[in-house]
Design a protein around this ligand. Structure first.
Ligand SMILES: Cc1cc2nc3c(=O)[nH]c(=O)nc-3n(C[C@H](O)[C@H](O)[C@H](O)COP(=O)(O)OP(=O)(O)OC[C@H]3O[C@@H](n4cnc5c(N)ncnc54)[C@H](O)[C@@H]3O)c2cc1C
Length: 301
């Protein structure tokens, strides 16, 4: 249960208060505003604010005095052109502010995206909740034998049960000690900023994260990708579903050119040209090494 009844009531209160504005409102985003989208066992994302819509991208691209939009077809064409040619600044005119609850080890990957504004829950000031990410049984896998940064086969039932026991008992013991250290209990308890050092990386933290659409697309391209760790990918996918409703034309262009598209090397394009002429191209005569060839085959499949 990621949110307490009080927190849910606060969200409902926010959703029931409407305001008049002259600003642009994206209907698809209004339905997400403040709502919680659950991710992992205790995490979530929720939109707390946003600015702009598809039209704002066109407005900026045309440096317009008014709405800056033309026909839907013309606007979609313009947005696709901007995406195709990496004319990225019009996408920076849209912004999103998210409240995210996530395990520390996911936060550590996420925070590497420097082109965003972050404010994290202070564990110097507040006491962290007893909430740890414990993977579902089916998400426990062995180290991959072909990808040193990835997972391979699922663990057997017995191995999975052993791992889950270790994760749960370590988390419980560390949190018990954390509580014991900060408890004043008539004595001077350890400062929260120090006591937190024994907490494991699967404990949950929270932050507000604000980013513009251009940099959000960059985040999604890296973190909703199959190469990203599954635990961050599910967050990126939850955000992507929201973005698709917020800016459907921009998201469509992103899905087409960035998520669904590939960049080919000059060598790879040369191979495609040779194949189109009917030549039999193999790894040996392609000029690519084995790994490049495997990835190239993956693209063609
Ligand atoms: C699958 C995967 C595996 C990874 N493995 C590792 C790993 O093993 N170890 C590790 O340390 N990291 C790893 N990373 C993190 C990765 O190296 C990047 O730090 C992270 O993806 C953020 O990307 P970014 O710098 O492009 O994003 P952002 O920080 O959001 O920056 C966006 C863009 O802004 C520009 N920019 C921002 N800051 C600067 C700057 N100071 N100087 C120049 N240009 C700047 C760059 O063009 C950059 O692409 C991994 C990431 C992925 C997706």
């Amino acid at each position: 249960m990621p949110l307490s009844p009080d927190q849910l009531a606060e969200i409902e209160d926010q959703r029931s208060t409407t305001r008049q504005t002259l600003r642009v409102v994206a209907p698809g985003m209004e339905s997400h505003l403040y709502r919680v989208h659950e991710v992992l066992d205790h995490g979530f994302i929720r939109v707390v604010d946003y600015m702009g819509d598809d039209a704002a991208i066109c407005q900026a691209a045309r440096v317009s005095y008014g709405k800056g939009t033309k026909s839907v077809q013309g606007d979609t064409g313009l947005i696709r052109y901007l995406m195709r040619h990496a004319h990225s600044t019009p996408f920076e005119m849209c912004e999103i502010k998210l409240h995210v609850k996530l395990p520390l080890f996911v936060a550590r990957q996420w925070i590497r995206h420097r082109t965003a504004n972050v404010n994290e829950y202070s564990a110097r000031y507040s006491i962290l909740d007893r909430e740890f990410y414990i993977p579902a049984r089916d998400d426990l896998a062995a180290q991959s034998s072909i990808n040193s940064q990835g997972r391979g086969d699922a663990l057997t039932d017995a191995e999975a049960a052993r791992v889950l026991d270790i994760l749960k008992s370590d988390a419980a013991q560390c949190y018990d000690h954390y509580e014991e250290m900060i408890s004043d209990d008539g004595k001077a308890g350890l400062a929260r900023e120090l006591a937190r050092m024994n907490l494991p990386a699967n404990i949950y933290t929270q932050w507000y994260w604000k980013v513009d659409l251009h940099n959000l697309f960059h985040f999604m391209a890296l973190r909703a990708d199959a190469h990203a760790q599954w635990e961050i990918r599910v967050y990126a996918e939850a955000i992507a579903a929201v973005v698709a409703d917020w800016v459907p034309a921009a998201y469509g262009a992103f899905a087409d050119y960035r998520m669904g598209g590939v960049a080919l090397s000059a060598q790879a394009i040369n191979c495609v040209r040779r194949m189109l002429k009917g030549e039999e191209v193999t790894q040996e005569n392609s000029g690519m090494n084995k790994r490049e060839w495997r990835e190239f085959e993956g693209v063609l499949e």
